[in-house]
Each structure stands twice: as structure tokens, then as C-alpha cells.
Design a protein around this ligand. Structure first.
Ligand code: TXA
Ligand code: MG
Length: 353
């Protein structure tokens, strides 16, 4: 295949994926090729996790720094245990309750996992995704699949196959296209090698839900954790998951900020909960995206909204205030990161991957 023809797009049914199409993608994984596939969180870029060359090619396709380890996907808890040097009780409890699902467990790795996957670290992040296409691919390939989000290191995670193409056209071999990701936010990542476990990345499963299953509160990473070198979890650095346009978080619905920017001559994207019916009309240079007031639905739409506004393009994105309760924690976290100023302290790992 020439770069112009890559990737080969395979449309599949999201609920009952066609076995012959899954077989093509699975064969490609086994042959060391790169396959983007849907999960319930975001689309992933898959490579055979046991094939060092394939994983290197995946890092190259994403421009991902080799210092940022990737998540390994498995078909079930048994598959995860095979890759773990030990399986703490916390891992058993969390896997029983939340797998398949949007939770990634960091455990000590066995030698089967090449160092390139874990950025040289002794732990590996494991997840069993809750998506029929991802699970069918994992079963058919019969190898664990290393898969970060299927975006280039400078872009937002993809929640549709079209987003993958914008970012990775010409760089990957296959794309399983199966409609929008249901959750739209990356998995929660929890380190269970320590007691109590440490929640490294907020995600669709809340700290409260984790505490309910573990019987103890999870710890949040300390400032020192993020200052460790080599970085323990580089993808958690401050500016991450960011659109090209500058993002401003407003107090209130954001209308005042939008009006000020418009009068300054800027093209503005406005993400806000609810509709503006009954309010004064806005000029056509403002692109409004109305969001649901339910955290799960808002999370599912957020990255697609950012992708849309980046494609317009707009100069600045204003995001109206959202609730601060636990259901909204992961969304608040991603918006904080998307709005963080680019850092100039030369942290090579501070990339959006
Ligand atoms: O929902 C998701 O998790 C998606 C889908 C495709 O599964 N994947 C995803 O992968 O978001 P990625 O690579 O974009 O983010 C993985 C995060 C990064 O922040 C990385 O630093 C962290 O997990 N990570 C990976 N391995 C780790 C490890 N051994 N210890 C600590 N953090 C790790
Ligand atoms: Mg990512």
C-alpha cells in the first residue's frame, strides 16, 4: 500500500462486527501492522504488544516521545494476569467490577512485555475495553494489543473514525470504522502497585466508585510524583488533550467573554450547556455548540466539539461554566488541561499524546 492509500478503511458494525473484516484486521496486527480501532472511550492505535518493532512503528506514526508508556489492551482478566508479575487484590476487585470498561490498571510487568511499551519502566498499564469491535479484534488477534489514543501527539483524542483520519492518514495500515465512541473521554488510570492505589488519570469511573469497590479511598498523585524523572506517567502532564485554538473557561455561561472577543474581531467558538433561545442574536463569526447538562453525555460530546471548532477554524474557544461535583471531575480535568498555557520549561515529555 502506498501512503496515499493508507489506511485501508474497514467499516464494521459496532454491535455485531463482521468476522471476516475483524479477521483482516487481526491478521494485520499479527503481521506487525498498525490498526486503529474503536473502544468505548476513544479510538486507539493498535500494535501487537509483544512485537517490539510494531510498537516502535506505532510510536513513530503518532510522533509519541519514547518516554511516554502506552496502555496494553486485553480480552479479559485472564489475559491481563498473564502479563502481570503479580496481581494484587485491588486489581482483582477492580477488574471484577469494572472490566470490560474504562479503567486502566497499572501493575508490575512480566518480561513478555518489551521495554518500548512501558518506556523502560517495570510496570505496565492494562485495560480490557468495553466495545464489541475491540473485544472481537483482541480475541481474533490472540495477542495483547498496545494502543494509545489514535491521534498524532499534537492533537486531541479521536472519538470518531474521521478524527483518526485527520490525524493519521498515510501513517497507519487499517482503520476499523464503527461510529462514535460512547464515552468520549479516556479511561481512568489507577496504579495498584501501591497501597492505597493512586489514581493517575481521572476518567469515566469516579474516585467515589473506585472507593466503593476497594473499600478505601484512592490516593491522588502528589506534586512530587509528577516531578520524578524519568516521569512515572508522562501523559498526565499539565497541558494535554488541548485543541489548536486557545481555550478560555468562563464564569457563568460565557456570553460576556464571547461578546468581548467578537468586538475584538476574533472568530469565536462557544461551548456551553443549553440553548440561547430568547437571547440576543450573535454574529455569524461565533460558532455555538450546545452541550447536554448530563456529565456522561457532555463527556461523550466534548472532544468532538473541540475537533469541530479546530476544523472551522476559530481563534478562541470559550467554554461556559460546568458543575463541579464528582460526575464532572474528569471533564473539569480535561478542560483545565486543554486551557493550560503551553509550558516553556522544555519538558520534552509535555506533549499531547
Ligand atoms: O481510554 C483510553 O485509555 C485510551 C483507549 C485507546 O484505551 N487510551 C489512551 O492511551 O488514552 P494514551 O496512551 O493516550 O494514554 C495512556 C496514559 C498516558 O497518560 C500514559 O502516560 C499512562 O497512561 N501510562 C501508560 N503506561 C503507564 C504506566 N506503566 N504507568 C503509569 N502510567 C502509564
Ligand atoms: Mg492520548
Amino acid at each position: 500500500m502506498s501512503d496515499a492509500e493508507r489506511p485501508h478503511i474497514l467499516p464494521v458494525d459496532p454491535v455485531r462486527p463482521e468476522p471476516e473484516r475483524i479477521a483482516i484486521a487481526a491478521q494485520a496486527i499479527r503481521a506487525g501492522q498498525l490498526v486503529a480501532f474503536p473502544t468505548e472511550t476513544v479510538y486507539g492505535l493498535g500494535a501487537n504488544a509483544l512485537d517490539e518493532e510494531a510498537v516502535r512503528a506505532m510510536f513513530a506514526a503518532k510522533d509519541r516521545p519514547p518516554t511516554n508508556p502506552v496502555i496494553v489492551h486485553v480480552a479479559d482478566e485472564g489475559g491481563a494476569r498473564e502479563l502481570a508479575a503479580d496481581w494484587p487484590e485491588a486489581a482483582s476487585k477492580l477488574a471484577a467490577r469494572f472490566w470490560p470498561g474504562p479503567l486502566t490498571l497499572v501493575v508490575n510487568k512480566t518480561r513478555a512485555i518489551p521495554d518500548v511499551v512501558t518506556a523502560g519502566g517495570s510496570t505496565v498499564a492494562l485495560r480490557c475495553p468495553n466495545h464489541p469491535v475491540a473485544l472481537a479484534l483482541l480475541r481474533a488477534a490472540a495477542v495483547p494489543i498496545a494502543a494509545p489514543s489514535a491521534n498524532r501527539a499534537t492533537m486531541i483524542s479521536p472519538t470518531t473514525a474521521a478524527h483518526v483520519l485527520v490525524s493519521l492518514r498515510g501513517r497507519i495500515d487499517f482503520l476499523l470504522s464503527a461510529g462514535p465512541a460512547e464515552r468520549g473521554l479516556e479511561s481512568a488510570v489507577i496504579d495498584v502497585t501501591v497501597d492505597p492505589p493512586v489514581l493517575l488519570r481521572l476518567g469515566p469511573i469516579s474516585p467515589g466508585a473506585l472507593r466503593g469497590t476497594l473499600g478505601v479511598a484512592v490516593a491522588l498523585p502528589t506534586k512530587q510524583f509528577f516531578e520524578q524523572r524519568p516521569a512515572r506517567s508522562p501523559g498526565m502532564s499539565r497541558r494535554h488533550y488541548a485543541p489548536q485554538a486557545i481555550l478560555l473557561r468562563a464564569t457563568g455561561d460565557g456570553r460576556r467573554d464571547v461578546e468581548r472577543l467578537v468586538s475584538g474581531g476574533f472568530r469565536v467558538g462557544w461551548i456551553r450547556i443549553g440553548s440561547s433561545s430568547g437571547q440576543a442574536a450573535l454574529p455569524p463569526t461565533v460558532h455555538v455548540i450546545e452541550m447536554p447538562d448530563d456529565a456522561t453525555l457532555y463527556g461523550a460530546k466534548l472532544y468532538a466539539a473541540l475537533h469541530t471548532l479546530d476544523a472551522m477554524p476559530v481563534d478562541q474557544i470559550v467554554v461556559g461554566e460546568i458543575p463541579s461535583d464528582e460526575d464532572w471531575l474528569a471533564i473539569n480535568d480535561r478542560l483545565d488541561r486543554a486551557g493550560a498555557a503551553p509550558q516553556n520549561d522544555d519538558r520534552s515529555d509535555d506533549r499531547r499524546t
